[in-house]
Design a protein around this ligand. Structure first.
Ligand SMILES: COc1cc(COC(=O)c2cn[nH]c2)cc(-c2cccnc2)c1
Length: 263
C-alpha cells in the first residue's frame, strides 16, 4: 500500500468508524493499510495496568511507559518484517523498510496545530503511527525514547482539551487519507477544495431552483462559466474576510478583481 497507518489506543473500538466509507474502501483496495492496536495487549499484570499516579502528586493519572514502549516496538518490528517481501523476481528479499523512520504522531494540546499543509505533508509519507494518550497524558520518558526511533510529531487539532487522542487521531487520519491518490472517488473535488489556495469554500446549491421561497442565485443558472467562476471566487473572498480574516492575511497573490470584491 502507498501508506500504512497504525493506531495505539486503550479504546481500539473507537477507531472502528475509520473502517467504514472511503477509508474502508481504500483499505479494501490495498491503497492504505490501517491497523489498530490495543495498548492493554502490551501489559502482563493481572489487571492490565496502563496508568499510575503522578510523581510529584497532583490530580489524575499518568500512562505508564513500558506498555507504550512494547506497543511501539511491536509496530517497529512489524514494519521491519514488512520490509521483507516478494521481490519482482518472486524471490524472498529483505528490503529496507521504505523511507526513513516511521512518523509518530502524538495528539496532545501541547502539539503543533494541525492544518491542511501538515495534512499534505503527512499524506506523502509511507508510515504513520498514532499514539492515543488518555488520562493526563503519557510518561514523558516514552516521548523522549520514541524520539530516537520515530520522527516524533506532537500534534494538536485545536485549543481545547479532549479526554483522549482517539478523536484527534480520527480527524487527522481522515484529513490525510483523503489526500492519498485514489482514496477519494472524484479527484476534482480535491483540486477545487478550499484550503488549497487558503480561501474558504463558496456557497453551494442543488435542485430545486426555488425552495420554500428561496431562489438559487441567478448567475448559477446562466451558463456563463466565466461569470460563475468570478462570482464563486468573490463569495470565497467575502466569506473568508467575514469568518476567518486571519486566513486572508496569509494570502499574498490577490488580484485587482479580488481586492475589488473585498471592498
Ligand atoms: C498525550 O497527552 C495528552 C493527550 C490528550 C488528548 O489530546 C487532546 O486533548 C487534544 C489534541 N488536540 N487538541 C486537544 C489530552 C491530554 C490532557 C492534557 C491536560 C489535561 N488533560 C488531558 C494529554
Amino acid at each position: 500500500p502507498q501508506m500504512s497507518i497504525d493506531v495505539v489506543s486503550i479504546f481500539p473500538e473507537y477507531l472502528a468508524g475509520l473502517q467504514l466509507s472511503l477509508i474502508g474502501k481504500a483499505v479494501d483496495r490495498g491503497q492504505l493499510s490501517l491497523a489498530v492496536h490495543d495498548l492493554r495487549d502490551f501489559t502482563f499484570d493481572r489487571h492490565n495496568t496502563v496508568d499510575d499516579s503522578p510523581y510529584g502528586g497532583g490530580a489524575g493519572m499518568v500512562m505508564k511507559a513500558e506498555p507504550w514502549a512494547l506497543a511501539l516496538e511491536h509496530i517497529l518490528a512489524e514494519r521491519g518484517s514488512a520490509a521483507v517481501g516478494e521481490g519482482a523476481d518472486g524471490a524472498r528479499t529483505a528490503g529496507r523498510a521504505a523511507g526513513g523512520k516511521p512518523t509518530l504522531i502524538v495528539p496532545s494540546p501541547a502539539g503543533q496545530v494541525f492544518d491542511q499543509r501538515i495534512a499534505e505533508d503527512l499524506a506523502a509519507r509511507d508510515h504513520l503511527v498514532f499514539a492515543c494518550g488518555r488520562y493526563e497524558g503519557i510518561d514523558q520518558r516514552v516521548i523522549d525514547w520514541a524520539g530516537e526511533h520515530f520522527d516524533l510529531l506532537p500534534m494538536s487539532i485545536g485549543d481545547y482539551v479532549l479526554n483522549g487522542g482517539e478523536v484527534a487521531s480520527m480527524a487527522m487520519i481522515e484529513a490525510v487519507s483523503r489526500l492519498i491518490p485514489g482514496v477519494i472517488g472524484n479527484p476534482e473535488s480535491l483540486t477545487e477544495e478550499s484550503h488549497e489556495d487558503g480561501l474558504l469554500e463558496y456557497p453551494i446549491y442543488t435542485k430545486p431552483a426555488s425552495w420554500r421561497g428561496r431562489e438559487v442565485p441567478e448567475i448559477l443558472l446562466s451558463g456563463n462559466h466565466a461569470a460563475i467562476a468570478r462570482w464563486r471566487r468573490d463569495r470565497r473572498l467575502e466569506r473568508t474576510a467575514d469568518v476567518r480574516p486571519d486566513l486572508l492575511e496569509k494570502l499574498d497573490d490577490l488580484s485587482k478583481d479580488d481586492l475589488a470584491a473585498l471592498e
